[in-house]
Ligand binder design. Sequence first.
Ligand code: CP
Ligand code: NVA
Length: 303
Amino acid sequence: MTDIHHFLDIDLLDRETLRKILNTAKSIKLLDSQLNYLHGRSLAMVFEKPSTRTRVSFELAIKQLGGHAVILDQNGTQLGRGETVADTARVLSQYVDAIMLRTSAKASLMEMSEAATVPVINGLTNESHPCQIIADLLTIEECKGPVGEQVVAWSGDGNNVAASWIHAAVKFQFELRLASPKTLQNASGLIKWAQSNGGRVTVCEDPRLAVEKADCVVTDTWVSMGDKKDSERRSLLEPYRIDSKLMSYAKKDAIFMHCLPAHRGDEVTTEVIDGKQSVVWAEAGNRLPAQKSILMWCLGVSV
Ligand code: CP
Ligand code: NVA
């Protein structure tokens, strides 16, 4: 064990730390965004997959706090020619104060964190997306109040983002109901972990059951980066599309959330994502204070 503050997954952090990160994200929105909390600090971001929000919000987050960002992709670095993730981690640790990695394999993220001598941040893997969830919880608390009092419903693919919602449900003690087709549900081991840790997490196949009287309805793309686009997957997910009818089962004042990018007409209708209940733009905006807070926690800086 090291005392380096890696931000790898929500389930690996204790409740107090997670609440501190969420509260710092809230405070940072109220403060002058140019405060130099991270003066002279630097972040390397390694992208093995595309990104708009994660890339822009992390780059601006460190710059607005007085630091610097270096953005790397697999093909523009020696990673693309076979230099190992561990060696890359050792080298980057000589130059920067933190590393963010977006990759497919969780094993690569772990390899990076084991070899790095600076904090490593999970910028998404096939298995989770913890930075997104900090922004999402911030959005829920701004729109609806304490997250522990909310019922969150997920309808769609049991993917990486859903997995981070499951982690968060346990740590922040809100009720989470997931509806996914049998073959696209989150791993049963993850659900068992949540339930055995006191999580109010349930999985079903009926989206109406999940959405019934929920405070917050969430979905994500049917085809994540790296998934094969096949027609079977699509037809399995058709009944999980969030449309006005499905939204009508939630509470009247329920909000609609999506980490984006969205595919109108697939996982959500235009009417819902562009409608009054949708908070997706605020949610995307909240990536910026969330990344600031994550960086500050990783680098041991408090507000
Ligand atoms: N939500 C999210 O992580 O978006 P990007 O893939 O654009 O970073
Ligand atoms: N589940 C999506 C999230 C994108 C931010 C993906 O992994 O492609």
